[in-house]
Design a protein around this ligand. Structure first.
Ligand SMILES: CC(C)(COP(=O)(O)OP(=O)(O)OC[C@H]1O[C@@H](n2cnc3c(N)ncnc32)[C@H](O)[C@@H]1OP(=O)(O)O)[C@@H](O)C(=O)NCCC(=O)NCCS
Length: 148
């Protein structure tokens, strides 16, 4: 499987994947996406936005035909290996993210408003904030867009 930063030409395929699994929302801006692909076909994607002190992970989605084959694990492991800052996210499936070392966290005021992702119309009561605290970047290297 190949991991790379998404290009403009990929956005149709990414939005088709997200729409099919009900992860698409109207306010979604197609920047800072990363994809997992095999034989030139995008199987899954995730948005990973850099802020000064942290990354924010969102819109993780895998084509239903390729779920349960390690695609999301591949994407999350790549991003966490390359990240040298805390990673925050909102999710309705915290048990999934616990597998990768994410823990429940307070929704700090500096984090994006949930309404930006239309979370409030999703399952607000089930939606939790999580964090992965990257203390020692395994590759000891700054996350660098240019290297992806
Ligand atoms: C959730 C999702 C991203 C997982 O992708 P995937 O490629 O199938 O995941 P993987 O194959 O890497 O699975 C990794 C592990 O997570 C588990 N897992 C998968 N979906 C899960 C879920 N909804 N809740 C808890 N665990 C889950 C798998 O069983 C697997 O466990 P194992 O390693 O013990 O066998 C995918 O099912 C998806 O796109 N779902 C719809 C969109 C969604 O819910 N996105 C997240 C919103 S915050």
């Amino acid at each position: 499987m190949n991991f790379r930063r998404a290009e403009k030409a990929d956005f149709k395929r990414i939005s088709d994947i997200l729409k099919a699994i009900d992860e698409y929302h109207e306010k979604l801006v197609f920047d800072d996406f990363y994809v997992a692909e095999k034989d030139n076909k995008i199987l899954g994607a995730v948005q990973f936005k850099e802020n000064k002190e942290f990354f924010f992970l969102s819109s993780l989605g895998v084509d239903a035909k390729y779920q349960k084959q390690g695609v999301a694990s591949f994407l999350i492991n790549k991003l966490t290996q390359l990240s040298d800052k805390k990673i925050y996210l909102y999710t309705v499936i915290p048990d999934f993210f616990k597998k990768f070392g994410f823990k429940a966290a307070k929704q700090e005021s500096f984090l994006p408003d949930k309404n930006i992702m239309e979370c409030e119309t999703c399952f607000p009561k089930r939606c939790v904030c999580m964090i992965k605290d990257i203390k020692n970047c395994p590759l000891n290297k700054k996350f660098c867009r240019k290297t992806l």
